[in-house]
Design a protein around this ligand. Structure first.
Ligand SMILES: Cc1ncc(C[n+]2csc(CCOP(=O)(O)OP(=O)(O)O)c2C)c(N)n1
Ligand SMILES: [Mg+2]
Length: 1017
């Protein structure tokens, strides 16, 4: 009985059970329907037609019948006859059909009322006995309590060591009963509320059976957290699939399939352990059921229409997933252990980080399926948003707007799932219109340990899955040693995703048989846990024994399946021995079929466009919606649109217009453009305004760039959640799916990119080298020293440059294709453009390249409105290109031999230098050369500029502090270029710990100093 009590207490927290009754008694209509007594076996009183108001009438009838059976209607005669002969409740009398039938799963409470005899009788107008009501309410409360809290008691842990630390106390002690049923109550029949499905077709059950079924559903090997979900429909959906008796029952065929899959999962790890005993592989031992579980999710999802599944997962069991879920050729996997050299370019990655992509027939559903496992770094959970972005992109390109064809599965370790903030960030993308992937199935391989740390030291929540509660995802905890329960949960999770298109979590509670990796000693830190593990039989053995006992398989069959798989492994092992090289290409997670084929890898298309296109885009971008009369735009915006139109008429562009023309011209060419980030629709600095809002109608918007040409590619501009790590990861994933798209992420201020540092370091800067995977993602990063303080000044240009992989001591030989060759060989492009035309071209160049490279772009703030920061159509029309370097074009260039100083610079400081030079009348003496692209370093063009000014000293002018900005990057490269014949000196702020001063006065002084120094000849 204690569980009933525990459950009860949860719903009767005040401990005052009388209150329920008095509450009900104040509602006469409810009271009439809620009658109860204590003798279920007493037949007459248990009849459905008996209720409080009719019992006096029945009594009269009964007395009449006793004196003369013919004095009553034949139906009463039959009823009293049956009842006195001991008919069971409900059998003595069958009522005529009800004109207003009860809805599903409903039964009038009166049908459960037993006859008097110890219990108070109910007569018309008599007060209803409070105990009757309370007992019924209590049963309902029990049911609800099981639904809410049953998971606390469920037997989830195969080791039986988990101590669910709910506020430091044992839940059984915290929850003490305030309501008791005795053994005598157990056979009393209670009506079931409509919020339970334990009865299946039964509408009432004896208390004993109610408790049994609740125990089975909620406290056995599955623990479900779902009652926090706001939707009643969704709660009922889960109850329907988890509560009916025997829901987890499997057919013999299903059982055999589980056994076969478990055999492979276990056999794979055993084989690796046998062949490479001291190699790290982060084996799955202890959670081998993960493989059949994933396959079950995939089977069910494919049956429900999914054709492509994108997966992200950590180290644990990864090789097993590649082998047995993706069916990656085993010999390819085994060659990874052989220490062979790679046949192709790149530096590669360790075997348990590599991705894969496979198209194959799902033999269970007989449907073709594409499976991709994304390559990922060691950084746990970092791949989550990347997978989501990739999934979203694939859905987008397939026109799968509801996620019916493409889905994601994310695997997690227990410690990482609870500990890594990016999990939360990713979860919060799950329901956003421009980021949703329409539901992810999360599977936690919960081995109850993170490296050497116990859960009680690695999280403050009861479960490692609590983060999922924020998005109302149901969470299924399941004991890994009950394979059939695991499979049931997997089916339900996949069906949930297909039905509601929302996230769902499967928490497979298991253990880790070895150390963190195969060479670690777990007894150092978890001695008791490992003593227990040593005594625990592998799940394959347990399940095989179970099926043998059940007569589903024979011991010979079990051995046969095992031997066959070992033979498969052995054959692959021998095949792997023949290989002489590994191929990184075999591990690509996003093949771009058709993109590279037939292309000259050094041939770039042009980036200038015909003037007509510029005019068309410019005009559309400067116009209100076609239905302008009804669409009321903010007056300030009308002014902005007017100013844009004037620029178009004058054949000039500012930053926003240049960006729009780059996007628009690509859209015209069929290139999808997606711009994402915090507040990007308007633009942090209110310069972009890509989405116009009706001032009177909620959510009525107009996006001019989406309506440029009837046959243009789709344009997406979307304000993101306030996340950098998650959102940038998402866009990286999006960008790797299809090379024919320009995908941009804009930081609110460049400073915030360091919150996404892991994505920058692990995916963007090094992704191609590690995983042969290219990405043309663009990072727009507002950057510039404008007196806004330490946190709104620097996008940390120096860090990006420091990660550029070009050798500072090596100047590539000059050639006609110098630019594209350098771009081909670099790991990313870093630029700090000063002119709108440069922005236009560099964005278009991303697509013009015959390959894809990430572009890190410092972008302006005040320059967005700077009157001199303009370009003309002449810089953008056909025949023009991106200028990596913009030479001096003023008086100094007319007479270069008279020039005494050449200042090289990059970005917005150019305009400060220009002004200063003008004011000091030094336009003939100082030449200013702008590096629009800093990395790869334009050696060839710089060399030409230096040669142009033979008598000038060389200086690098920057506004950033000396240990920041470009100085550390350009200085050694200038040295290489100048070969000790000349020297370049530094003109800029001194070194500093903080990127910028918080004092406006100090800022101005620093700027004055640098400009004065710039003028010193
Ligand atoms: C972001 C990050 N921090 C630290 C590590 C180092 N690390 C590798 S595995 C591991 C433990 C992971 O535990 P869990 O998530 O439970 O996965 P398990 O290894 O138990 O499967 C740690 C801390 C890492 N890989 N990534
Ligand atoms: Mg773990």
């Amino acid at each position: 009985m204690h569980r009933a009590r525990i459950a009860l207490q949860a719903s009767t927290r005040t401990g005052n059970t009388e209150r329920f009754a008095s509450w009900l008694l104040n509602k006469p209509q409810a009271a009439a329907a809620t009658v109860y007594a204590n003798r279920p076996k007493s037949s007459t009183a248990a009849e459905p037609f008996l209720n409080g108001s009719s019992s006096a009438y029945v009594e009269t009838m009964y007395n009449n019948w006793l004196s003369d059976p013919n004095s009553v209607h034949a139906s009463w005669d039959a009823f009293f006859r049956n009842a006195t002969n001991g008919a069971q409740p409900g059998v003595a009398y069958t009522p005529p059909p009800n004109l207003a039938p009860y809805s599903k799963n409903e039964v009038p409470l009166t049908s459960l009322v037993p006859a008097s005899g110890g219990m108070p009788s109910i007569s018309a107008g008599s007060p209803i006995n409070e105990k009757i009501i309370d007992d019924h309410l209590a049963v309902q409360a029990i049911i609800r309590s099981y639904q809410i809290r049953g998971h606390h008691i469920a037997k989830l842990d195969p080791l039986d060591i988990a101590n669910l630390d709910l506020g430091g106390k044992n839940p059984r002690k915290v929850i003490h009963s305030s309501y008791r049923f005795d053994e005598a109550d157990m056979d009393r029949v209670f009506k079931l509320p409509s919020t339970t499905f334990i009865g299946e077709k039964e509408k009432a059950l004896p208390l004993r059976e109610i408790l049994n079924r609740l125990e089975q559903a909620y406290c056995n090997n599955i623990g479900i957290e779902f009652m926090f979900i706001n939707s009643l429909e969704q709660c009922n959906w889960i109850r329907q699939r988890m509560e009916p008796p025997n829901v987890t029952k499997m057919s013999n065929d299903q059982k055999r399939l589980i056994l076969a899959r478990l055999t492979r999962s276990t056999g794979f790890e055993n084989f690796l352990a046998k062949k490479w005993s001291s190699e790290k592989r982060f084996g799955l031992e202890g959670c081998e059921i993960l493989i059949p579980a994933m396959k079950q999710v995939i089977d069910t999802s494919t049956r429900l229409g999914v054709e492509s599944i994108i997966m992200g997962m950590p180290h644990r069991g990864r090789l097993n997933v590649l082998a047995n879920v993706c069916r990656k050729p085993l010999h390819q996997l085994f060659t990874q252990f052989a220490g062979l050299e790679a046949e192709d370019d790149g530096s590669g990655d360790v075997k348990y980080h590599l991705g894969t992509y496979i198209e194959r027939l799902n033999r269970v559903t007989n449907k073709n399926i594409r499976l991709a496992v994304c390559a990922n770094p060691s950084h746990l959970e970092a791949v989550d948003p990347v997978v989501q972005g990739k999934t979203r992109a694939e859905q987008f390109y397939r026109g799968d707007n509801e996620g019916k064809k493409v889905m994601s599965i994310l695997l997690h370790g227990d410690a990482a799932f609870a500990g890594q903030g990016v999990v939360f960030e990713t979860m919060h993308l799950s329901d956003l219109p421009a980021y949703t992937t329409h539901g992810t199935v999360h599977i936690v391989a919960n081995n109850q340990i993170g490296f050497t740390t116990d859960p009680r030291h690695s999280r403050s929540s009861a479960y490692c899955t609590d983060v999922a509660r924020v998005v109302n995802a149901p969470i299924f905890h399941v004991n890994s040693d009950n394979p059939e329960a695991v499979m049931h949960v997997c089916n339900v999770a996949a069906e949930w995703r297909a039905t509601f298109h929302k996230d769902v979590v499967i928490d497979i509670v298991s253990y880790r048989r070895n150390g963190h990796n195969e060479v670690d000693e777990p007894m150092f830190t978890q001695p008791l846990m490992y003593q227990k593990i040593r005594k625990t039989k592998p799940v394959l053995e347990k399940y095989a024994d179970q099926l043998i006992t059940e007569g589903v398989v024979t011991a010979e069959e079990v051995k046969d399946v095992k031997d066959k798989y070992e033979k498969i492994c052995e054959d692959a092992y021998n095949q792997a021995k023949q290989e002489t090289h590994i191929k990184y290409k075999d591990w690509l997670d996003s093949p771009w079929s058709g993109f590279f084929e037939g292309k000259d890898p050094l041939k770039m298309s042009t980036t200038g466009v015909v003037e007509e296109t510029l005019v068309h885009i410019g005009k559309r971008f400067s116009s209100p919606p076609p239905n302008a009369a009804e669409f009321e735009i903010h007056k300030g915006l009308l002014r902005i649109l007017k100013a844009r139109m004037e620029m178009v008429e004058n054949r000039t562009v500012d930053w926003a217009l240049a960006e729009a023309m780059a996007f628009g011209s690509l859209l015209k060419e069929g290139i999808h453009v997606r711009l994402s980030g915090e507040d990007v629709e308007r633009g942090t600095f209110s310069h972009r305004h890509h989405v116009l809002h009706h001032q009177k109608v909620d959510k009525a918007t107009y996006c001019p760039l989406a309506h440029l040409y009837p046959d243009q590619a789709p344009y997406t501009v979307c304000n993101s959640s306030l996340s950098e790590y998650g959102v940038l990861g998402f866009e990286v994933g999006y960008s790797v799916t299809n090379p024919n798209a320009l995908v941009l992420w804009e930081a609110q201020f460049g400073d915030f990119n360091n919150v996404a540092q892991c994505i920058i370091d692990q995916f963007i800067s090094s992704g191609q080298a590690k995983w042969v995977r290219q990405s043309g993602i663009v990072l727009l990063q507002p950057h510039g020293m404008e007196g806004m303080g330490p946190e709104h000044s620097s996008a940390r240009l120096e860090r990006f440059l420091q990660m550029s992989a070009d050798d500072p001591d090596y100047m590539p030989p000059e050639s006609p294709d110098y630019e594209v060759r350098q771009l081909h060989d670099c790991n990313w492009i870093v630029a700090n453009c000063s002119s709108p035309a440069s922005l236009f071209h560099i964005l278009r160049r991303q697509i013009a390249l015959p390959f894809r490279k990430p572009l890190i772009l410092m972008t302006p703030k005040s320059l967005l409105r700077h009157p001199e920061c303009k370009s003309t159509f002449d810089d953008m029309v056909e025949g023009t290109t991106f200028r990596r370097l913009i030479p001096e074009e003023g008086p100094a260039a007319q007479n270069p031999s008279n020039v005494r100083k050449v200042a090289f610079c990059s970005g917005r400081v150019y305009y400060d230098l220009l002004k200063q030079r003008r004011e000091k009348n030094l336009e003939k003496d100082i030449a200013i050369v702008r590096l629009e692209q800093i990395s790869p370093f334009p050696y060839d063009q710089i060399k030409a500029e230096i040669a142009k000014y033979p008598n000038a000293q060389l200086v690098w002018s920057q506004e950033e502090h000396k240990n920041m900005g470009s100085w550390s990057y350009i200085e050694p490269r200038f040295r290489t270029l100048l070969q000790n014949q000349k020297h370049i000196s530094y003109n800029g702020r001194a070194t500093a710990a903080s990127p910028a001063t918080g004092s406006k006065a100090a800022h101005n002084k620093e700027l004055r100093n640098l400009l004065e120094e710039f003028c010193v000849l």
